[in-house]
Design a protein around this ligand. Structure first.
Ligand SMILES: [Zn+2]
Length: 300
């Protein structure tokens, strides 16, 4: 068995273009300028850049990169595919420094690439988690430090993260600043028919009334589980996130926290237990990048 990273599209630029083209244009190339599909020719010749097509309807050249984040970057496509794979498959993430050394790009470029990939991993779906007969756990954790805040005994100087996880399903995390925001987020992101599991935080009973059921465990009284009432799933999510943030990323400002959350949520939501291997997870991330692409610019 050869390593997944030995696949051609990770090493050869022409193969990388073919790999992306097969996903963007499953039925053949489409001109990003005029939307034409009929009169398109592939450009050959030594002086032509790899993956260049010409549309004989509007007479403009194009590649599959047009309209994607790949277009604005000078990084070869096969290195992008490597970076996507590495970020999608490394359980605790991969630092810009590591990416810089592995790919041989500058540190600044590695940083740019990884943030764009995190952006692609961001769950754009607005459909709520849970549903009838399903259980959603909600909990908060603290991480890092809010800029300009002094270290204190309690968690008040830290950034607060709220996570919602459907048991046997996906996770969604976001930074929160106040209790009313917690309530709003939980209601907006969890299906009303779900049963909600939380800890004993004083604002959950009120939020809980909105759902089909609400149970809480009293962590401050050392109660961690009572039958199906527990938040162990979310504790597991937090533990991976914290190990990654501590071990791999070290510094993270408020400004970028949502991107790291998106990255960890993404890997969890497309985990092996739900049937996704590393290559399939990378595939979903790639779709996140090319899906944001404009199929063609209208001329009128
Ligand atoms: Zn055209």
């Amino acid at each position: 068995m050869s390593s997944v990273l030995s696949d051609k599209h990770f090493h050869h630029e022409a193969a990388a273009y073919e790999f992306v083209e097969a996903r963007v244009w499953p039925n053949g190339p489409i001109c990003p300028h005029c939307g034409g599909v009929e009169r398109i020719g592939k450009m050959g010749g030594k002086s032509t850049r790899i993956g260049t097509y010409k549309c004989y309807q509007c007479r403009k050249p194009f590649t599959v990169k047009v309209g994607t984040v790949f277009e604005s970057s000078h990084v070869p496509l096969h290195l992008w595919l490597q970076a996507i794979f590495l970020l999608a498959s490394s359980k605790k993430g991969i630092s810009s420094n590591q990416l810089h050394r592995t790919l041989g790009v500058t540190l600044k470029t590695a940083w740019f690439m990884s943030h764009r990939i995190r952006e692609a991993m961001r769950d754009g779906s607005l459909s709520p988690l849970g549903g009838a007969g399903k259980i959603v756990e909600a909990d908060e954790t603290y991480i890092g430090r809010v800029q300009g805040m002094r270290k204190s005994r309690g968690p008040s100087h830290k950034m607060k993260v709220l996570s919602l996880v459907e048991r046997g399903g996906a996770v969604r995390s976001m930074m929160v600043v106040s209790r009313p925001v917690v309530e709003k987020i939980v209601k907006a992101n969890v299906d009303r028919e779900s049963r909600l599991m939380t800890d004993e935080a004083p604002y959950y009973p009120r939020i809980g009334r909105y759902f089909a059921g609400h149970e809480s465990v009293n962590h401050s009284h050392d109660e961690w589980a009572r039958g199906s009432a527990h938040t162990n799933t979310i504790e597991g999510v937090f533990s991976i996130f914290k190990r990654g943030m501590r071990g791999i990323y070290q510094h993270c400002s408020e400004k970028h926290l949502h991107r790291y959350l998106a990255e960890f949520d993404f890997r969890y939501s497309f985990r092996v237990g739900l049937g996704f291997d590393d290559a399939q997870r990378a595939e979903v991330a790639l779709q996140g990048i090319i899906g944001k692409r404009l199929t063609y610019r209208t001329t009128h």
